[in-house]
Write a protein that binds this ligand. Sequence first.
Ligand SMILES: NC(=O)c1ccc[n+]([C@@H]2O[C@H](COP(=O)([O-])OP(=O)(O)OC[C@H]3O[C@@H](n4cnc5c(N)ncnc54)[C@H](O)[C@@H]3O)[C@@H](O)[C@H]2O)c1
Ligand SMILES: O=C(O)C[C@H](O)C(=O)O
Ligand SMILES: [Mn+2]
Length: 573
Amino acid sequence: MPVSRYYDVKRDEKGERYIEPYITGFLLMRFPLLNKGTAFTEEERRLLGLEGLLPPHVNTLEEQKERVYRRYRLQTSPLEKHIYLRNLQDRNEVLFYALVVDHLEEMLPILYTPTVGEAVREFSHIYRYPRGFTASTRNIDRIEEALKNVPLEEVRLIVATDSSAILGIGDQGYGGMAISIGKLTLYTAVGGVGPDKTLPVELDVGTDREDLLQDPLYLGVRHRRLRGEAYFQFLDRFVEAVRKRYPKALIQWEDFSKDAAFAVLERYRKIIPSFNDDIQGTGAVALAGVLSACRLKGEALKDQVVVVYGAGAGGAGVAWALMQGMRREGLSEEEARARVLVLDSKGLLVRGRSMEAYKEPFAQDPERIRAWRYAGAYPNLLETIQNARATVLLGLSGQGGSFTEPVARAMLENTPRPVIFPLSNPTSLSEALPDDLIYWTEGRALVAAGSPFPPVGYMGRTIPVGQGNNAFIFPGLGLGAVLARAREVTDGMVLEAAYALYDYTRDHFPELLYPPVGALREVSPYVAARVMQKALEEGVAEEERIKGLSLEGLWEYARSRFWEPRYLPYKVG
Ligand SMILES: NC(=O)c1ccc[n+]([C@@H]2O[C@H](COP(=O)([O-])OP(=O)(O)OC[C@H]3O[C@@H](n4cnc5c(N)ncnc54)[C@H](O)[C@@H]3O)[C@@H](O)[C@H]2O)c1
Ligand SMILES: O=C(O)C[C@H](O)C(=O)O
Ligand SMILES: [Mn+2]
């Protein structure tokens, strides 16, 4: 079966890859995976029926990059830059990725967090070309036929959202498609997954946002969200259709609110290889960063007292991963629980309090807080930090500014080097500005944030702010699972991704909490190799070609499979 109904990628007698197109002429230039624009050679123009349709001068990819980069720089706001880049992506994917790879640090905040949050909000207003697949209450009864319309035959990676909790900005209806697109852009740009192997998906089950339902320009279905049985029937149909059309595909569940996130993960993880980025990716990235912080302070994770502020998908995932990390250092389940305190909007999770089932594993023994000093029904953030003598504080609350000066100073009372990670996105919802945290703690806090922040100058020092974002995990985790053809994404593989990121940071950036974003293209294949190794060890890897390979061999394998943005020559069969 060819890669697409529009073309196939083949190898010539020397083993070099080339494209055999099944469409020609003007139409070929309208398919972004095939278009080279002004870089079509004279020979290709003759061969493909493009003569006269393009300017006479033939550009190199380098020249094209120069041209689009100049225009890019003239865009006046992050959202305008985002729109510009997304248009380029929908016009010529090789050129788009070649440009992005050259300017990773500059462009990731435009294509991904934080600007992607704005793109989600404005999705219906900035919409231009179709991309990805929409499953909606309008087509779910014909989902199998609809999926056949996707012109790609070898999809291996799907990012799907129901848009119920996009970043920290809540229900965004159809606009969530932008997050699926953004995550997959990273999969290709830094995870080496070919764009023809990816499919962004919006699961449009409706929205509860009155302003969207009333907006005449809104592009999604106009009814309230499906819930309960109807919701799961919708998802069952989607998963079944994916399994049929793309039996080798992995699904990354993205930005499902806590009401559905845990149930969706558990319902499908043994049916189709899948993981939840907000629960598992975030858990892994937080564990890696806290381990790095412990190394920098010369302390062990098992001796920390961790407060996780926010108990949704992200918070629960982070609490789980940190407990697993402590167990690995020898603590019992009970001991680990006592060192990871989790708060939701009502305060500290304590056994006996009313709470959703998924929070129960993190609830503290009520005996423990009996002697604590606190005012309300349950200890709040400041009271928990003070009473438990917290040394690590992680924010996944979506409550901008909630790490105040008293909170930061209370951390400093407990330890000379507090670890404080305001991980909520986008930038405006960060629990604190890294700048403030550094000043309030007299330059002593170890700080990483979910969104990108510039380094902080303090008393003649320049303190880098790590980006504790699951972007350091999901591309490698997904790539590793896909290359290993893992039947399942196990908890072991998720935790291995965390330790891989920790090891990578220690070996290459020993002073930092996380590598710089510019290193993501090196980080992801390493994480992938470790994930593959774990999949082999746990017996879930089905790919024969990797069996028996050492870590070095797996790493080489991941690098050799890495998709690079360059033009392939055309040949007509
Ligand atoms: N840095 C990262 O990689 C990363 C990854 C995932 C999520 N996040 C961020 O975490 C935040 C939450 O995302 P989520 O996916 O967990 O959403 P969610 O909808 O599943 O959960 C939100 C949670 O926030 C908590 N919360 C709300 N109001 C609160 C309050 N006043 N005090 C304390 N807690 C409160 C609640 O416990 C709620 O369950 C978002 O801002 C998101 O961007 C960051
Ligand atoms: O999307 C991100 O930047 C990270 C994370 O998945 C989130 O929901 O905030
Ligand atoms: Mn997310």
